[in-house]
Design a protein around this ligand. Structure first.
Ligand SMILES: *Cc1c(COP(=O)(O)O)cnc(C)c1O
Length: 372
């Protein structure tokens, strides 16, 4: 791609499967605009609901193996609207400390209390659940963690949720299109389809469009329709986005090879970074962080890397905990293996130039992060 006129390798897009610019997806967006307009004109409960919205909701429910599904304006709004609607006063939301900002804000908006458990720490969560007694409980987690690329311990979470009569919400923003059979996500990859109470997903990442969805039982979806304020008080998703997402879902079903290619590419980048003495050992996915620690050093690594023709973003606090600044790399299915290997060498060279990049450095950063 071109960045300010210079050719660079894009390693920080969530358009994992290249569907955002696939000809069929573009065409579907155009056709929806021609046929139905650029905007929906009103919120869903006024006059904004079109057959196209219902069709996408049906497809998404089928895709996730759920009874029902509901569209939201974005993943951010879906998390805000789901957590605040499902966690009322008197209840407790149990949230992983590295959950996405939209989940954190959903907890803030909910009338329930919040218990933040240590990252993927099942014992800490179990302890919190025990303390909660018979209060209403909701556990919420990223399926794939957006800044680390690791996967939540979903089997244990499902088991704990059952044992403590808690509702479980999994955010598949980075799992959809990337993990599991047919790109059905982290929950499907763990063999748990149909076992998680609520799935939140975005249309804005692997599905190449904009908007988001919640999949759950009919009862929960009905509750959201009637009480979720970001759903009720916001304009329905625009037809071009809905049409594009429908086309992307069809392509995903028709081309499971894309998901395979993404997986292979992610493995290639992780291996090649490891060979350079870099790359977080916890990543299992297409999100691969190179933990640096200090924010200024992360920015310096980003700039050096860009000089070498590789575009990846430095991520700093408050997006990640203090002391865990990083270069966050995201792989796409369209990358070639040789491009990824060359990129890893560029990053490795830049890290060495800056005196980073031995494993000791990274281990220190990781320890610091856990302590923070
Ligand atoms: C990106 C992201 C969101 C927000 O989705 P948008 O559709 O971009 O608003 C929510 N959760 C996680 C884990 C994300 O990474």
């Amino acid at each position: 791609m071109l960045l300010d006129g210079a050719e660079v390798l894009l390693l920080c897009s969530n358009n994992y499967l290249g569907l955002a610019d696939h000809p069929r997806v573009r065409q579907a967006a155009g056709e929806a605009a021609e046929r139905l307009g650029a905007g929906a004109g009103a919120s869903r409960l006024i006059s904004g609901t079109m057959a196209l919205h219902r069709k996408l909701e049906g497809r998404l429910a089928e895709f996730e193996g759920a009874e029902a599904s509901l569209l939201f304006g974005s993943g951010y709004l879906a998390n805000l609207g789901t957590i605040s609607a499902l966690a009322g006063s008197g209840g407790i939301v149990f949230s992983d400390e590295l959950n996405h900002a939209s989940i954190v804000d959903g907890c803030r908006l909910a009338r329930a209390d919040t218990f933040v458990y240590r990252h993927c720490d099942i014992d800490h969560l179990a302890h919190g659940l025990e303390q909660a007694g018979d209060r209403a409980k909701l556990i919420v987690t990223d399926g794939v963690f957006s800044m680390d690329g690791d996967v939540a311990p979903l089997v244990e979470l499902v088991e704990l949720a059952r044992r403590h009569d808690a509702m479980l919400v999994v955010d598949e923003a980075h799992g959809t299109g990337a993990l599991g059979p047919g790109g059905r996500g982290a929950v499907a990859a763990a063999g748990l389809s149909g076992e998680v109470d609520v799935i939140v997903g975005t249309l804005g990442k692997a599905l190449g469009s904009y908007g988001a969805y919640v999949c759950s039982s009919r009862e929960v979806v009905e509750l959201l329709v009637n009480t979720s304020r970001p759903f009720i008080y916001s304009t329905a998703p625009p037809p071009p986005s809905v049409g594009a997402a429908l086309a992307a879902l069809s392509l995903l079903a028709a081309r499971p090879g894309l998901v395979e290619q993404l997986r292979r590419n992610a493995a290639t980048l992780r291996e090649e970074l490891h060979a350079q003495g870099l790359g977080s050992s916890s990543s299992r996915t297409q999100i691969v962080p190179v933990i640096v620690g200090d924010a200024r050093r992360a920015t310096a690594l980003c700039e050096r890397t860009l000089e070498g023709g590789v575009f990846a973003q430095a991520i700093r606090p408050p997006t990640v905990p203090v002391g865990s600044s990083r270069l966050r790399l995201t792989v796409m299915a369209s990358h070639r293996a040789d491009e990824l290997r060359a990129a890893a060498r560029v990053i490795g060279g830049a890290a060495r130039d800056l005196g980073l990049g031995d494993r000791g450095d990274q281990a220190a950063a990781t320890t610091f992060r856990r302590a923070a």
